[in-house]
Design a protein around this ligand. Sequence first.
Ligand SMILES: NC(=O)c1ccc[n+]([C@@H]2O[C@H](COP(=O)([O-])OP(=O)(O)OC[C@H]3O[C@@H](n4cnc5c(N)ncnc54)[C@H](OP(=O)(O)O)[C@@H]3O)[C@@H](O)[C@H]2O)c1
Length: 345
Amino acid sequence: MLTAIATMRHATPEAVPWKTPRDRRSRKSRAAPRPRMKPAQLRILSLKNADYTASGRSRCQIITDLLCSPLSEPSSKSLNKTIFLTGASSGIGLAIAETLAARGHQIWGTSRDPARLPRLPGLHPVQLDLSDRQSIDTAFNTALAEANHFDVLINNAGSGHFGSAERLLEDEVLRQFQILVFGHLHLMQLALKSMHAQGSGLIINVTSLAARLPVPFMAAYNAAKAAMAAFTMSIQLELGNSAIRIVDLQPADIRTAFNDAVVRDHIPESMEERVEKTWRAVENNMANAPGPELVARHVLRLMDSSNPPPRLTVGDMFQSKIAPFLLRFLPHRVQIWGLKKYYGI
Ligand SMILES: NC(=O)c1ccc[n+]([C@@H]2O[C@H](COP(=O)([O-])OP(=O)(O)OC[C@H]3O[C@@H](n4cnc5c(N)ncnc54)[C@H](OP(=O)(O)O)[C@@H]3O)[C@@H](O)[C@H]2O)c1
């Protein structure tokens, strides 16, 4: 099995869907001799049973961490860009900030409390609360004046809500939409204005696989992420021949402290069992998910690419590749049955 995974991974760096036409043309010529293996791949092949027992971690976790270990030297294409990144204080945003700073980029990274932001060379702390429109305007315009222009906007910040859909308060739905949709739309519009003036730019909207495969008892979150995904696709349709690129980046489960900030509603007794089962599955998936460096690595690749994909799913093999592929061909009734089985409800 290890050999099979390592062999699959062996093809992955070249098999990324946003390869340039030149990459594609050279595929046949790469078939023999095979490209040199990356150190992480060699380390996977040499793993022994003793490695798993000694570390006390699952095979899956060890392999995921090896696959997520840093790539080779940075491409010159990715050097010295200016980036506006929301939610740089923890999880995925923090991993992106650290990865980009290590590559020499200038990042204007946001938090509601800038004291939570790490001190990194090239990281400029910005105070931003997505629930406050004035804060968004001030944060972006002040940062833009300092940076002069932004090559990349990464709409990453967000938080979740857990509770019964049929009892959701309108205020809670509004709160989720303000943070996950309206705030990011406003930032995207501000960024597009300046990107149109400079003739280029990249916007990465971090939505979620939940936009396509909803998580039970997270209706407001699922709906907000789906709305952001639909809005992103609409702009992709409307951009015409513009050199501006917009990517819908959909993480599957990624190991962060996201669940700690999830607001949990009081649940009626009749639903308690299903809600608890779902929450356990959500926590368990998160604990066994790949680390946020995986997403950061993909962001770097997107920034390096002259033709990034309109949508990219990032996560473990099952959640990010196999499940969405299978569900695409299954009738809706079977999809719902499969998701209920997955969460044990
Ligand atoms: N982890 C996953 O499994 C997963 C899966 C799919 C999608 N995502 C998405 O990935 C993004 C990052 O999540 P994460 O897992 O990295 O979570 P996280 O560790 O909790 O980080 C969330 C970030 O968002 C910021 N934030 C939260 N509410 C905010 C608000 N009202 N205004 C401004 N900033 C706010 C937080 O900054 P401050 O608290 O410092 O303000 C923090 O930096 C989110 O959009 C999430 O929906 C995550």
